[in-house]
Design a protein around this ligand. Sequence first.
Ligand code: ATP
Ligand code: MG
Length: 570
Amino acid sequence: MELNETPKTNFIHQEIDNDLSENKNGGAVLTRFPPEPNGYLHIGHAKSICLNFGLGKHYKGGTNLRFDDTNPTKEDTEYVDSIKEDVNWLGFQWNDEPKFTSDYFEQLYQWAVLFIKNGKAYVDDQSAEEIAEQKGTPTTPGKESPNRNNSVEENLDLFERMRKGEFQNGERVLRAKIDMASPNMHMRDPLMYRIIHAHHHRTGNDWCIYPMYDFAHGQGDFKEGITHSICTLEFEVHRPLYNWFLEQILEFQPELKALPKPRQIEFARLNLNYTVMSKRKLLQLVNDNYVAGWDDPRMPTISGYRRRGYTPESIRKFADQIGVAKRENVIDVALLEHCIREDLNKKTPRVYAVLNPVKVIITNYPEGEVEWMEAINNPEDEGMGSRKLPFSREIYIERDDFMENAPRKFFRMDVGREVRLKNAYIVKCESIKKDENGEISEIYCTYDPDTKSGMEGSNRKVKGTLHWVSVEHAKAIQVKQYDRLFMDESPDGHKDKEFLDFLNPNSLSVINTCYIEPNYKDASTKFTDGIDRYQFQRLGYFCVDKDSTEDKVIFNRTVTLKDSWAKKKK
Ligand code: ATP
Ligand code: MG
């Protein structure tokens, strides 16, 4: 899917179309993506981003980026910056400047005061445990707080003193006065404000009281003129509260009734097998050094996928394929891998690299001679042109491509057999040399000069075709190959075990010396995000890691060539 292609429509389009047909909000549509800056974005967020920005684009109203920064103890500007970078890299641009819930702290405070003045909120000095105990259960009503009927004056005074910092964390909270017997537990006098004495990454020490998500989110939507506030299913039970807060404000300030009124719509979050997506768990992987950072190529973060070599197009395509529904399900990670393979197959130049080299000497090839063979860069795209590949007397091939006394069906190299060296000649293996450990150190071949690639003689049928790199010209590189980070389909779905128990000890393997053709950079690339991506012929898709230097080039394996998803679908 190209960016200008229209994504599939879903049930949310229908809801919005209905709203438009009733001329709600004067026909305006504005969505938002509201991350909390307490971690890096993951592939689940990518689903939400594609959905929200996709709707914004479809209805031509655009999308706000709003940082939901109401918990100073967990949030940081590092996360703010990474989130902006990731949204942009995915190919989306938010309306105007990014927004922050902290921009609305004063307004939220003023609204909270109105709730108190109208007898709709009160300060409670009970402990969190006491409040929890009085909540009741879904089938039994809760108990009213002894502070529930305190006077407006007393509440105003206490709330102001909360703001001034006269109380310690947890000593007081502001609660909405709704209904302790409501069948919806979220309506049983939910918290609106709590005390947190901590430095906030934007407001510094201006505040020591912070609004709760439920009180902040809908009001933030309203302030910004958001018309459709799309969130994941767990917020469905919060929707009555979302609406209640807003209805009260419109009653206190009827002049606001003319403004767009946001509507919450829920969809099923993305769950991916073999993957954990909770930010708390991802943070734990980073902090406890199970991975090398948020952008470790094994992480399901957007920055991790980027470093791994995924393209923004492949992630958008994935988001489109999985669709948007109202029911929870688990998506096979093989579908994501399928999406990146498809994209890279079309866009990457093919190059030759040998990961586990063994030397081959072509004994009848003249010493010192070099031939520059023509190799096309991408059979899927002629426009990507071709390059010149040096061939000489000594080459590397993959150790796996030779087998002594191989069975008949091994279509690679063995003594006495012929194979084709792609883009070069047909060679015949004559003998091998082993070192003192019995490992093959050199392979001796002869070549047939009449079988040069592109010449008539090259049409001769041989069973195997191998890739190779000229020893004299090879460039040494480091290659990092990745496997799934977790060995279990549902690493956080076990009662008796924790997700860390399922870490794959072999998720990273580093090969320090591999060889790549020297001119790989000449193979034209099509990537606008500055990342060089390739197909190493017969091996998989690889990209140049950002930590590479002139002297030490590091390649990350994005994905192997074998597509388990496409196979399943057959
Ligand atoms: P986590 O549970 O990983 O901490 P979160 O929901 O707390 O995630 P937020 O930063 O609040 O993280 O999320 C921003 C937006 O992304 C929210 O609208 C949220 O609903 C959405 N989102 C988070 N996880 C997923 C997911 N797995 N699939 C789809 N949307 C998601
Ligand atoms: Mg959240």
